[in-house]
Design a protein around this ligand. Structure first.
Ligand SMILES: Cc1cc2nc3c(=O)[nH]c(=O)nc-3n(C[C@H](O)[C@H](O)[C@H](O)COP(=O)(O)O)c2cc1C
Length: 312
């Protein structure tokens, strides 16, 4: 069983990656995507996206971090992949799932699911640029509007030499709305030989087992489920549902605040904490109480005081 923490731009940044991997249970994490255009990026761009590269390519808990690239410029994808790996990335993940209109307009992300040949070329270019020992993975959705090209896309990624394929079990059209269509992953599983990592709406042990049964793979990527329930990866591993004490969660929230307030503007810090508590309240009743206290709060000093008070 392999459990991966999903890339989530604007949500699972270096700070949350640290806090979640400290809880344990994750084999590796994937960074937010770097949008590759027609030129190599300087090192500071990689370091800003993925500060873990400055500490050996691992989170503070020691979990390896894989940089995710998004784009279709073959030479540039190859060169930037090489650079990311030289800087310490634990392999390269290629994003074929981003639904953003802006990103799709520039022919990156999920729009490429309309063109299996392009997927093949992009993965081939990155694969050819890296030694065989470096993992190249791809992350796709079930399709753009529908699943018509799903198997062709998965096969193209495999034929191009990817070592693993993660599939978010929704089309771009389906966005993030439940349900995730795990049974489609079973069709992909039967069609390719490389490891398949199932993703989408795994928020409990029960979800995990239902997903495994439908998808035919024990490997999963956890996204929002791990933000709501920071012990989810460990629970799945132990096959045991353990409730994290509220005091541990408030300690995490305060630690999160402490870290982000050193690097982000006060307004952003307030927003980020609200964002996380909003997820946490879906699993933790105490978070609902905290949410009611903080949801209208705009002042960073008051927010800090409220978080500190939540510890007692
Ligand atoms: C806020 C947010 C940002 C995301 N950013 C990325 C990203 O940068 N790269 C990517 O491949 N997927 C991204 N995703 C998709 C997730 O990795 C994942 O595939 C999706 O949320 C479904 O999994 P989940 O139901 O476990 O959250 C993002 C999702 C969310 C909610």
């Amino acid at each position: 069983m392999r459990i991966v923490l999903a890339p989530m731009e604007g949500l699972a940044d270096v700070h949350l990656r640290r806090l979640l991997t400290v809880q344990g249970g994750f084999d590796w994490v994937v960074s937010e995507f770097l949008r590759v255009v027609d030129r190599p990026y300087p090192d500071h761009v990689f370091h800003t996206l993925c500060p873990e590269l400055m500490q050996g390519g691992r989170t503070a808990a020691g979990t390896p971090v894989r940089v995710q690239l998004l784009g279709n410029h073959l030479e540039s994808m190859a060169i930037n992949a090489q650079r990311a790996v030289a800087l310490g990335s634990y392999g390269i993940d290629i994003n074929f799932g981003c639904p953003s209109k802006t990103v799709n307009r520039s022919m990156g992300g999920a729009v490429l699911l309309k063109e299996p040949d392009t997927l093949y070329r992009v993965v081939s270019a990155v694969r050819a640029a890296l030694p065989k020992t470096v993992v190249v993975s791809a992350k796709m959705r079930l399709g753009f509007d529908d699943t018509g090209l799903m198997l062709a896309n998965a096969a193209a990624i495999e034929a191009a030499g990817a070592d693993e394929l993660t599939v978010h079990a929704r089309t771009r059209l389906q966005g993030y709305a439940p349900p995730a269509h795990w049974h489609e992953l079973g069709r992909i599983r039967a069609h390719i030989r490389i490891p398949l990592i199932a993703n989408g709406d795994i928020c409990s042990i029960d979800d995990y087992h239902r997903c495994v049964a439908a998808a035919g793979t024990v490997d999963v990527m956890l996204g929002r489920g791990a933000i709501k329930l920071p012990t989810l990866a460990n629970q799945i591993r132990a096959n045991q549902s353990t409730v994290m004490p509220w005091s541990t969660i408030t300690a995490m929230l305060n630690s999160f605040w402490h870290e982000i307030s050193q690097v982000l503007p006060p307004r952003d810090c307030v927003g980020r904490v609200k964002q996380w508590v909003n997820y946490l309240r879906q699993q933790h009743p105490e978070a609902e109480m905290l949410w009611r206290t903080i949801r209208e709060e705009k002042n960073s000093h008051t927010m800090q005081a409220l978080l500190a008070a939540s510890i007692q």
